[in-house]
Design a protein around this ligand. Structure first.
Ligand SMILES: NC(=O)N[C@@H](CC(=O)O)C(=O)O
Ligand SMILES: [Zn+2]
Ligand SMILES: [Zn+2]
Length: 344
């Protein structure tokens, strides 16, 4: 197949950042995505509906001169202080679509996240009641838990009990990386779903660590062994509506990744659907791309599917070596390499 036309896709997990970075991150998202779930881990984080409204304004201003725009779907950042009143405000707004749980210390800009997960139960009850989805960075942070086990331990210790206690709460386990996560989501009720990134489909930990350490493959949750990668590929290409597209495209300036203590995050927004298409083609599943990229996300979020289409053509094109990020530059995934699929 040399050409494929699909319903316009959406990105259900992206980091746009703020300020000068918005020019590039919004331009990349606006190339063909219809909507994007915008993560709230700014410094300081987006913890209220009022802050989400002003952040949304800044995003829309950054898109003003672009040939097309995407619709930013806003999220709130849960803290130990979030209360039921804010949840009700969020549910009543027409632009906040979910609330994000970062265990404190689990990932980039998560220091203000939740330290005491049990203390969250009243807020989760309010979200269940208001039918506002909970998005989760699912990793524990205890120092004695090995980094490669943190997702599985989070599922066992926290996610399974939360899902059991709040059977009506819609939950997205974000950027899943393990067979354990795939299995949990598959077996859970229809209120539980997961996003899968392109980089977790394309790579495993050997790609990051064999023959030299590659900081641009370092993200959280960290790349796992190939058996997990294969399970993610199987889930994404299976046609199961519980698994849908979330790039987790997360820009960091190049000098903040190529350093003593590099930041976690992979930038994929410059070629997102192009990366996914290559993975789906590789396993002869291009016919499953549309469901994963364009149908299952809006169905889960109870939003209409996009009504127009995009066309991907098999046509080699070079990924730039670097991309501007405000005053800095970043190194995009597959920098300097040639990709096979291009959006027409
Ligand atoms: N995924 C990452 O490695 N980084 C994300 C945060 C996140 O999604 O956990 C970021 O904001 O940089
Ligand atoms: Zn995360
Ligand atoms: Zn993320």
């Amino acid at each position: 197949m040399n050409e494929i036309t699909i319903t316009r896709p959406d990105d259900w997990h992206v980091h746009l950042r703020d300020g000068a970075a918005l020019e590039q991150t919004c331009a990349d998202m606006a190339r063909y995505f219809g909507r994007a779930i915008v993560m709230p881990n700014l410094t300081p984080p987006v913890t209220s509906v009022a802050e989400a409204a002003t952040y949304r304004d800044r995003i829309q201003r950054a898109m003003a001169g672009l040939p097309r725009q995407f619709d930013p779907l806003m999220t709130l950042y849960l803290t130990d202080q979030t209360d039921g009143a804010e949840i009700q405000l969020a549910a009543a707004s027409d632009f906040v679509h979910a609330v994000k749980l970062y265990p404190a210390g689990a990932t980039t800009n998560s220091d203000a996240g939740v330290a005491e997960l049990d203390g969250l139960f009243p807020v989760l009850a309010a979200m269940e009641e208001a039918d506002l989805p909970l998005l989760i960075h699912g990793e524990v942070t205890e120092s004695e838990i090995d980094i490669f086990d943190r997702e599985k331990v989070f599922i066992d210790r926290h996610l399974a009990p939360i899902a059991a206690r709040f059977p009506g709460l819609r939950i997205v386990l974000e950027h899943i990386t393990t067979r354990d996560a795939v299995q949990f989501v598959r077996e859970a009720g229809n209120n539980v779903a997961a996003t899968i990134t392109a980089h977790h489909l394309m790579f495993n930990r050997n790609d990051m660590l064999v023959g030299g350490i590659r900081p641009h493959y370092y993200c959280l949750p960290i790349l796992k062994r190939n058996i997990h990668q294969n399970e993610l590929i199987e889930a994404a290409t299976s046609g199961n509506p519980k698994f849908f597209l979330g790039t987790d495209s997360a820009p960091h300036a190049r000098h903040r990744k190529e350093t003593d203590c590099g930041c976690a995050g992979v930038y994929t927004a410059h070629a997102a659907i192009e990366f996914y298409a290559a993975v789906f083609e590789e396993c002869d599943a291009l016919d499953k791309l549309e469901g994963f990229a364009s149908h299952f996300g809006p169905d889960f979020y109870r939003l209409p599917r996009n009504s127009d289409t995009i066309t991907l053509r098999k046509q080699a094109w070079p990924v730039p070596a670097d991309i501007p990020l405000g005053e800095d530059i970043l190194k995009p995934l597959s920098a300097g390499e040639s990709l096979n699929w291009q959006v027409a």
